[in-house]
Design a protein around this ligand. Structure first.
Ligand code: KIV
Ligand code: ZN
Length: 507
């Protein structure tokens, strides 16, 4: 067994199964590109048989991504596998990932199959997938609650049938680290042909132990870890890959393994995933939270000033959090702006740079000091890849404790500006009703979140909205940033509406 651990990202598949998260093809491709830049070994782009949208996204990611394997998920039946292959076949390194549950509880209630029938289906599926590609992964769903002897029998048979990776999911997040480590060690012992395959683990976080379980499995011989960026996913989510990666990296003395990850890309990947999924990262989240490298107590600050390693086990720069004392302001020129962005890792085209610089100048008129967080927020807003059918031209609000909130909105649409006005329960409601009148879509506001990008009275307000389309129930995330929170609210709504229009036009 070598000491390289392969990192398998399933943000685009299991991560997208987070309640309320729905990414369109363009957003998936954007994330996939960033995952490749970060050095992810395998990315699972979706589950093609589930919908034409998922199929299209897997196909687009497969066509786009270079330097990483692209996996498509399929249940253990020929139809799923054929669709998965159809979607993923143009990838530089395509992988078919097929699965079937092996625990008695799933066999009895969900599959209504005997152990023998499941074994047969697993072997047949792997053989069928191997007709398309030699890179086949087999997952035994709910493995951690399966009978060990039976599980080993299934793994032995699928390796014999051609599987190169056998995945051990803790599907319901039930395992504990010590137990899971023993479980993996027993699989190593109980599967005679294990030297022909890589053991992978896929842990869910229902008891908050997904990362600990994944690491324990590595100690026992697992050499592929599956998870998602920011730990998003079904229910409580999956193992947070940034935590797994940085644990292996920081405690190399203990785990004695390595990955191919460009750790400096972690923070940017986390930001991108958060921004496009609308799943905010909690401030105290390990590695990528706002406070992960903040030192508040006097004793800690004193220690840090004397020697950073007294209170910091990782250098923030290692995960791509650039700490700089350089604060831009009104008098900063294009050159300083460009330099700072490239230090932050943004390589913008000339056009994007122009737009971002104009935005920066407008912001500098309102805000004295522009920090890295401000820059990230405005640049991320400017470089979104979807065409903007609607653009906020102006807004006028009348609100107070004794007046009915009223909004007048101007939206630019194809060269002309359309204006509408509306009253509402509050100023935001009035704005959204006025926008609805212009765009004529039936959208329901499901979630509204507001965050201050930095501290201070002149901080940028960062608004995230989740809109549901009334006719098909699909949700769309929108984000808007401005020093004026009502403007940020309007921009977020328009951003989500543009995604609806984009999808409608494509269809
Ligand atoms: O959690 C799980 O068991 C899965 C499998 C499909 C790998 O996501
Ligand atoms: Zn899962």
């Amino acid at each position: 067994m070598g000491n390289r651990v392969y990192i398998f990202d399933t943000t685009l598949r299991d991560g997208e199964q987070s309640p309320g998260v729905s990414l369109n093809v363009t957003e998936k491709v954007q994330i996939a590109r960033q995952l490749a830049k970060m050095g992810i070994d395998v990315m699972e782009a979706g589950f093609p048989v589930t919908s034409p949208g998922d199929f299209a996204a897997v196909q687009a990611v497969a066509r786009e991504v270079k330097g990483a394997s692209v996996a498509a998920l399929a249940r253990a039946n020929f139809n799923d596998i054929d669709r998965a292959w159809e979607a993923v076949k143009e990838a530089e390194q395509p992988r078919i990932h097929t699965f079937i549950a092996t625990s008695d509880i799933h066999l009895k209630y969900k599959l209504r199959k005997t152990r023998e029938q499941v074994l047969e289906a697993a072997v047949a599926a792997v053989k069928h997938a191997c007709k398309y590609t030699s890179d086949v992964e087999f997952s035994a769903e709910d493995a951690s609650r399966s009978d060990l002897e039976y599980l080993c029998k299934v793994f032995t048979a699928v390796i014999e049938a051609g599987a190169k990776v056998i995945n051990v999911p803790d599907t319901v997040g039930y395992a504990t680290p010590e137990e899971f480590k023993n479980f993996i060690a027993n699989i190593v012992k109980g599967v005679p042909n294990i030297d022909k395959a890589i053991i992978s683990v896929h842990c869910h976080d229902d008891l908050g132990m997904a990362v600990a379980n994944s690491l324990a499995a590595v100690s026992a011989g697992a050499r592929q870890v599956e998870g998602t960026i920011n730990g998003i996913g079904e229910r409580a989510g999956n193992a947070a890959l940034e935590e797994v990666i940085m644990s292996l990296h920081t405690r190399k003395d203990y785990y004695n393994v390595s990955t191919n990850i460009v750790t400096e890309e972690i923070y940017r990947t986390s930001r991108l995933v958060s921004s496009l999924t609308g799943m905010l990262v909690q401030s105290n989240k390990a590695i990528v939270g706002k406070n992960a490298f903040a030192h508040e107590s006097g004793i800690h600050q004193d220690g840090m000033l004397k020697e950073r390693t007294t209170y910091e086990i990782m250098n923030p720069a290692m995960v791509g959090i650039a700490k700089s004392n350089l604060v831009l302001g009104k008098h900063s020129g294009r050159h300083a702006f460009k330099e700072r962005l490239s230090e932050l890792g943004y390589g913008l085209s000339e056009d994007e740079l122009e737009k971002a610089f104009a935005r920066f100048k407008r912001l500098a008129d309102k805000k004295k000091e522009i920090t890295d967080h401000d820059l990230e927020a405005i640049v991320e807003e400017e470089i979104r890849e979807l065409p903007n059918t609607y653009e906020l031209s102006y807004l006028h609000i009348s609100s107070g404790t004794t007046v009915v909130p009223t909004a007048t909105i101007g939206l630019k649409v194809g060269g002309e500006t359309k204006e509408e006005a509306s009253c509402g329960d509050g100023p935001v409601d009035a704005i959204y009703k006025a926008i609805d009148k212009i765009i004529g879509l039936h959208l329901v506001l499901e979630e509204y979140l507001i965050n201050a990008v930095t501290g201070g009275k002149d901080a940028l307000g960062d608004v995230t909205v989740k809109l549901r389309k009334a006719d098909n129930g699909k949700t769309y995330i929108g984000r808007g940033v401005s020093t004026d929170i009502l403007e940020a609210s309007a921009k977020a709504y328009v951003n989500a509406a543009n995604k609806v229009v984009f999808e409608k036009n494509k269809a």
